[in-house]
Design a protein around this ligand. Structure first.
Ligand SMILES: [Zn+2]
Length: 167
């Protein structure tokens, strides 16, 4: 694998992981935190935590403001009680934790600031040179639902935000 292919692979991997994670769990607080359990909790503990948290947050008992957190608790339990979704979530989160922390240094528009460098079945690859000489790369998927993505330079530590909607 030469450097360019490796970079394409790495950013494709990161973006794929991030969008999958957002589809699976589009909330800032993790389902484990919402249920108040450890990431090693077994199915019995998850069920117990759901019942407890459902009682604590149910709108009938806690007034109208609690409605939203009750729905979140329900959503968290639904995700974690499905062994397939849970292991998918755990793996995806592990892979993205490190990469989501970078501060955004610039904002760009995909259509104006990036060049289309490859067009494949199901996705397109756009690139822009970073001021360090490295590359920013955005993969846009067919039927793309994201409007803004974050993207890391492959060389320095800069992270930029790219608006996909403006073309
Ligand atoms: Zn750079």
């Amino acid at each position: 694998m030469n450097r360019t292919h490796q970079n394409v692979f790495l950013s494709f991997f990161t973006l794929t992981v991030m969008s999958q994670l957002e589809l699976l769990w589009p909330h800032p607080t993790s389902p484990y935190v919402l249920l108040g359990i450890s990431e090693r909790a077994d199915i019995g503990e998850i069920r117990g935590a759901f019942k407890r948290r459902a009682l604590e947050t149910h709108p009938d008992k806690c007034g109208p403001t609690a409605g939203e957190s009750f729905l979140l608790v329900k959503e968290a339990a639904t995700l974690l009680l499905d062994p397939y979704q849970r292991s998918q979530y755990d793996q995806l989160r592990l892979q993205t934790t490190v990469r989501l922390t970078g501060e955004v240094s610039d904002s760009y528009r995909l259509g104006e600031d990036f060049d289309l460098t490859a067009e494949e079945t199901g996705y397109q690859v756009y690139q822009r040179e970073c001021r360090c000489g490295g590359l920013y790369e955005v993969i846009v998927f067919e039927g793309e639902k994201r409007t803004v993505v974050r993207c890391e330079c492959d060389c320095c530590s800069l992270t930029v935000e790219v608006d996909l909607s403006a073309s």
